[in-house]
Ligand binder design. Structure first.
Ligand code: DAH
Length: 338
């Protein structure tokens, strides 16, 4: 029996674990029901009484040695496993796809920066407005077609509460809450009850400009717009002003910028060489009066432009709906612009 014990001990000592199944085989071979150690304990029962004390001690030690071997081997395996799955901290991190600014935000930011260089602040107003701020204070006669249900989204069919159709409403809010000199631009979302097509949408963005002070003239308006056009579209850009009509400005005009085709003819400018960009004019004395600003003392100019249209001209975008679809194939094209 002593021989068998020595052999078993040697085998247990020499065991080198490679994988979990080896370890399980080892455990069954030594400690399983019909394993070597239970077998030895069976034999032990038949030993003469005089040998029992000594052999029992050796057998118990053998069992303990095997148990320790199993625990150690299991630990070795788990360390090996951890090493296999451990993270290499020296590897560079996986690149997270960076988002990009929406083209409307890009253009809005650029326009704000241009006007802030000549002293314009940024002001804000609510998207849900009342009739007075959107129409009445801006000199719209009560029968003006812009008040039609077709153009305006009314809230709860209440003719007084509506989604603003233009950011000119912020002019009124600014003139009501501050005194001249006022030099501000108001970017924001506007809403019109129009069918959605490649050219028009029911939600779009505008920037309103307003300058009110003593002795503000049409020449100041023209100079400001010329500066803006050159900064936005390039030094060679020319502007032209055509007479127009808006209830809140008198006289009123529309500004065109020269097309980059330089009049040679292209689809964008429909071969005219000019692109329509914004509406503008001298603030109507009625509007100043409605906002408690003395039209005898102060004059002002205002202008309003559509951001979608500017972005469309700047980046040659063919369909206004693309701005609102959030198709990453479209948006990714602006990822280089910060
Ligand atoms: N509010 C006008 C529109 O939505 C744009 C506009 C035209 C604003 C002339 C102005 C302006 O301030 O003077 O079409």
């Amino acid at each position: 029996m002593q021989d068998k014990i020595d052999k078993t001990l040697k085998e247990a000592h020499n065991f080198e674990v490679e994988n979990p199944s080896d370890l399980e085989k080892f455990r069954i071979r030594f400690l399983g029901k019909k394993g070597i150690i239970p077998e030895l304990f069976d034999e032990f029962k038949n030993l003469p009484h005089s040998e029992k004390k000594e052999t029992g001690k050796i057998l118990n030690e053998l069992k303990k040695t095997v148990q320790v071997k199993i625990v150690e081997s299991a630990r070795k395996l788990s360390v090996k496993h951890e090493n296999q799955i451990s993270i290499d901290l020296t590897l560079p991190a996986e690149q997270l796809p960076a988002g990009s600014r929406h083209p409307i935000s890009v253009v809005r930011k650029e326009i704000i920066e241009i006007f802030s260089r000549i002293g314009f602040t940024v002001s804000d107003g609510p998207e849900i407005e009342d009739d007075w701020h959107v129409f009445s204070a801006l000199n719209f006669p009560s029968e003006h077609p812009a008040r039609d249900m077709q153009d305006t989204f009314f809230i709860f069919k209440n003719p007084d509460i509506l989604l603003r159709t233009h950011t000119s409403s912020v002019q009124v809010r600014v003139m009501n809450s501050t005194r001249p000199p006022i030099r501000t631009i108001s970017p924001g979302r506007v809403f019109r009850n129009e069918a959605i097509s490649a050219r028009s949408h029911c939600i779009f963005h505008q920037i309103e400009g307003l300058y009110v002070d003593e002795n503000v003239s049409f020449a100041d308006l023209k100079q400001t717009l010329q500066f803006f056009a050159k900064e936005l579209f390039g030094e060679d850009t020319k502007i032209r002003l055509r007479p127009s009509f808006f209830p809140f400005t008198e006289p009123s005009g529309e500004m065109d910028v020269s097309c980059s085709c330089k009049g040679e003819g292209c689809k964008l400018c429909k071969n005219t060489g000019w692109l329509e960009v914004l509406g503008c004019g001298m603030v109507d004395p009625n509007v100043l009066r409605d906002c408690n600003i003395d039209p005898e003392k102060y004059t002002g100019f205002a202008f309003g432009l559509g951001i979608e249209r500017i972005a469309l001209l700047k980046y040659d975008i063919k369909d206004i709906r693309l701005y609102f679809e959030n198709d990453v194939r479209f948006l990714n094209q602006f990822s280089a612009i910060i």
